[in-house]
Design a protein around this ligand. Structure first.
Ligand code: CP
Length: 307
């Protein structure tokens, strides 16, 4: 298989296991490219990509931009904070005006769930969802899967615990879809108030005791508490949350086996994870960031269809 089954990357839910494996295999080649002294290939020469960010981002925005430049694409960047969106321009008008400048692909982050799907029904260009509200963050899940595979050799049969604010997390949903399609067992762990009501329908184990989740898993993916999405109080205090669901070195060292620790970033240091764990030998957080560039190169290359 050399082609994806989809025109866009809107979410992991729409991908097949073959699609995901093709992206991961292609990313392996691009990881080799970005570790060469000359990190650039001409694969997307003459393709123009617009990065549209309607919500803040550090990792995803820079990672996509680097991926595009490493593939020799022409790149334009749009940030809603300094745009005519502030004057009342709609999403479709904004994007159609950008496309009128002969843009071939759109990478979009948006605070509203479903924004990328909505856009795909109204415009012609290929769309990559760079995170839409609490819905999906497909390239994060793909780079997480790539990083787990790189570390453990395979994903099939591995036990992955996703721990923390599952309710507000697009990373959690995309990871669940991705890891299950690749044959992993997935557990979510956190307070009941931070679990979506539909969680059991996703076929994951649900655990509310952090130690039990950590003893069960091969990999713990620690999620950020998304205070900016929390309109009500979901737990009494951050201090209590950290006592019950924060990962610290003492807890990590007391486990019967060595597990891998991941975090999508940005980290609330001292809340969901302490600095000595985030920066410690079991953490692959910066490897995730490095792999993000190779994975995003693979996604853009495959969607452009220049195979
Ligand atoms: N992991 C992630 O999406 O980080 P940013 O919000 O900084 O892009």
């Amino acid at each position: 298989m050399t082609k994806l089954s989809t025109k866009h990357l809107l979410g992991i839910k729409e991908l097949t296991a073959d699609d995901i494996n093709l992206i991961l295999t292609t990313a392996e080649s691009f990881k080799e490219v970005i570790n060469r002294p000359i990190k650039k290939v001409p694969s997307l020469r003459d393709i123009t990509i617009a990065n549209l960010f309607f919500e803040n981002s550090t990792r995803t925005k820079l990672s996509f931009e680097l991926a595009e430049k490493r593939l020799s694409a022409d790149v334009v960047n749009f940030s809603s904070a300094s745009s005519s969106v502030k004057k009342g321009e709609t999403l479709i008008d904004t994007v159609n005006n950008i496309l009128a400048m002969k843009v071939d692909m759109v990478v979009m982050r948006h605070p509203n769930p479903g924004a990328a799907v909505f856009l795909s029904k109204h415009i012609d260009a290929k769309i990559v969802n760079a995170g839409d509200g609490a819905h999906e963050h497909p390239t994060q899940a793909l780079l997480d899967a790539f990083s787990i595979k790189e570390k453990l050799g395979t994903i099939k049969g591995k036990k992955i615990a996703i721990i923390g604010d599952v309710l507000h997390s697009r990373v959690a949903l995309s990871n669940i879809f991705c890891l299950q399609k690749l044959g992993a067992e997935v557990m979510v762990c956190g307070p009941t108030t931070l679990m979506p009501k539909y969680i059991h329908s996703l076929g994951v184990k649900v655990e509310h005791n952090l130690r039990k989740a950590l003893e069960w898993c091969d990999v713990a993916n620690m999620l950020r508490i998304q205070l900016e999405r929390q309109d009500i109080k979901y737990f009494p205090s951050l201090r209590e949350y950290t006592m019950l669901f924060g990962l610290n070195k003492e807890l990590l060292d007391s486990l019967t086996k060595k597990i891998i620790v991941m975090h999508p970033g940005p980290i609330n240091r001292g809340v969901e994870i302490t600095s000595d764990v985030a920066d410690g030998s079991q953490s692959i957080i910066l490897e995730q960031v490095e792999n993000g560039v190779a994975v995003r190169m693979a996604v853009l290359f495959l969607l452009a269809g220049r195979v």
